[in-house]
Design a protein around this ligand. Structure first.
Ligand code: GDP
Ligand code: MN
Length: 378
């Protein structure tokens, strides 16, 4: 789950990470009065959950009251990468001496939490990682002992040539790590972390993502969810108790179990196709759930072929078959459906789907390659 910059900054404050004086505003009047409170110049920042707001014109420094009005009305309601700006952050302008990057993510290859720093801040870190990976300095947290102080200092000393900034940075890194752990984050990022004209460190931007599977432990974080900023299909799927992640391909996959769903996507790729989604209908799927799954999947207009890969255990193949029939009745499904249904009640399922015009496959290899073949014929 993602949150807005202004929400992430609240976390920073709670953990003693310095942020500029600022307030989120919902209307132009509020922007004008907040700018008066905070003082000029101030920065007006669009609150949308995408990077590169600056480049898109969503961040402006206002030096006069007139500019506050102009930029405020420009940014409020602006469209940034398909998202409408409904809130803006009015922030004290900081005199920037230098910008750096500091972030924490999970390194899946190392199976550890990694703290990353880069002397070039404010730019997209993914871009740096691609073009100049050597510019990124990494230290790992110990899985048992956590982020050790000397490791945090190592990062501080990498970024800054003076001990004051280096040690302040180490303190920020340790707090960022605590925030990450205590809130089950999957990413916590300060980009840029700046040194201001008085030589102090300030987090100018904040980004935190949370692990969806741990949200049940944090109702207060769940409550911060901004429904308007999320992918509508993923939201709908969550309501229907399905795990759905939209991808960019055109083969819609319907699978039971997360592991099989991953394997199915791998296989589609292996045979030269592109999955349109990850979709796990779960262990005990009712016909209703299968119908819901198809409904969500078909909202994605890129889906050209549907591939069912069901390994019937607790999930019964006949239930899935009934769900497919039900869906065919209520939804206008034009895409061909390849089905590999194996395990519990598979014969019954085949019987139920006899007249439904599906293409059956015995193995998942066969299913994946058939789906790709069909795609080529379209
Ligand atoms: P992003 O583009 O969405 O990542 O938004 P950021 O909050 O990171 O801001 C982008 C850039 O705007 C920063 O790297 C700074 O260069 C600039 N910026 C943001 N706030 C201030 C400020 O208070 N003063 C100055 N001088 N520049 C700022
Ligand atoms: Mn940024």
């Amino acid at each position: 789950m993602k949150i807005h910059e202004y929400q992430a900054k609240e976390f920073f404050k709670k953990y003693g990470i310095p942020v500029p004086k600022e307030k989120v505003c919902f209307s132009l009047d509020e922007i004008i009065s907040t700018a008066k409170e905070i003082g000029l110049p101030c920065v007006i920042k669009a609150q949308v959950m995408v990077g590169g707001r600056g480049k898109a014109g969503g961040i402006k420094v206002a030096k006069t009251e007139e500019e506050v009005k102009t930029y405020g009305s420009q940014i409020l309601g602006m469209d940034i990468k398909g998202l409408k700006v409904k809130k803006v952050l009015v922030s004290e302008a900081v005199d920037i001496a230098s910008e750096a990057y500091l972030g924490i993510i999970i390194d899946r290859n190392e199976k550890k939490i990694v703290l990353m720093a880069c002397k070039e801040g404010g730019v997209e870190i993914e871009e740096v990682a691609r073009q100049k990976p050597e510019a990124i300095y990494k230290v790992y947290a110990d899985p048992l002992l956590g982020l050790l102080e000397h490791k945090a200092r190592e990062i501080g000393l990498f970024l800054y040539g003076n001990t004051k900034n280096a040690f302040d940075c180490a303190a920020i890194a340790l707090q960022l790590y605590r925030l990450f752990i205590e809130n089950d984050a999957s990413l916590a990022e300060i980009n840029p972390l700046v040194v201001n004209s008085s030589g102090n460190l300030i987090a100018l931007d904040a980004k935190i993502n949370f692990d969806d599977n741990a949200l049940y432990r944090h109702p207060e974080i769940e409550a911060m969810r901004d429904r308007e900023s999320e992918d509508e299909n993923e939201l709908l799927a969550r309501e229907k108790d399905l795990s759905y992640v939209k991808l960019n391909g055109n083969i819609g996959c319907v699978v039971n179990g997360a592991g099989l769903a991953m394997a199915t996507m791998d296989l589609v790729k292996h045979y030269g196709g592109e999955p349109a989604n990850f979709l796990d209908i779960g262990g005990s799927s009712s016909p209703e759930k299968v119908k819901n799954a198809l409904e969500i999947l078909l909202r994605d207009r890129n889906v050209k072929v549907i591939f069912f890969n069901i390994f019937g255990g607790i999930t019964r193949c006949d239930d899935v078959a009934l769900g497919i029939l039900e869906a065919k009745k209520v939804l206008d499904i034009k895409q061909p459906i390849v089905a590999r249904l194996t395990g519990t009640n598979e014969d019954k399922a085949r019987e139920i789907l006899k007249e439904a015009g599906l293409i059956f496959a015995k193995t998942m290899d066969e299913g994946a390659s058939k789906a790709i073949e069909l795609l080529k014929q379209l």
